[in-house]
Every structure is written in C-alpha cells, then in structure tokens.
Design a protein around this ligand. Sequence first.
Ligand SMILES: [Zn+2]
Length: 151
Amino acid sequence: MDCEICGRGESVAIILIEGAKMNTCRNCSSHGKIIYNLRDEPKKEKPISSKTQEVEDIVENYAKLIHSKREGMGLPIPVVAERINEKESYLENIERGHMKPTLEVAHKLEKELGVKLIEKLVEEVGPTAAVSASKGITLADFVVTEKKRSK
Ligand SMILES: [Zn+2]
C-alpha cells in the first residue's frame, strides 16, 4: 500500500491527523500522531512469545565442595587464593560458609579446582506463564472432549 499523504512512499505506519487515520510512509508519519507502526510491530512481538532467561546461582553446599576438593588436591588456601587472585581471608570465609563467593570467583574456583559451584536456573519471565496457562486450558478441554466421545 502506498502512502496516503504523498502517494509515493511505502506506507509503514498508521497515523492520526485531525481525527483521521491515514496510512503513511516513514517521512510523512511525522505529520501526525503515530498510532500503529507496521515496521516495528514484528520486532516488539518476538521476545514476548517465549521468554526464558538463564540465571546463574551458586550451589548451596559451595563451602563443603570447595573445602573438600581443595583438601583432596592437597592445595593450601594461600596457593589457591594466589591462583585465583583473591585474598586468603576471603577464601577462608567462603570455605567456612561465612561468605558466598561472587559468580566471578565461583567461576575461577570451578576452573582451578574442577568442582561444580554454579547451577543454571531457567527462569520464565512474564508472558510465558500466560502461554502455559492457556495451554493448560486447551489440554483440559481436550480431555473433556475425549471423555464425551468414549461414552
Ligand atoms: Zn508519504
């Protein structure tokens, strides 16, 4: 469809001019208030359809894991601390469970000691929950239909 104002450009937006809706090209869309942008629409919809994000978290028994692994490898705290470029006291506190290592430190310890300290959690964000809910309704409807048929 061509622009309803200049008649030349490809219409990419619907704008409101003096109460009238008009299809306009990008250049002419500045003449009124944009109420619908055809070009931008797909970009906005895409992330909504399925949105999950991976979240990294430190495992709960990190202190034991680090301590036993380090002892098992026969590495004193100062050696490990130096290798991962952190303070001895910080590492001591982590092993005692007094302090939770940051993800950065946990990554370094994982690499250095060959121990798994980080778990990845998949978090569902917003609209996905709505999608699952609607799927649940569909499934329930399906079951009801099947029951009716079997009678
Ligand atoms: Zn135009």
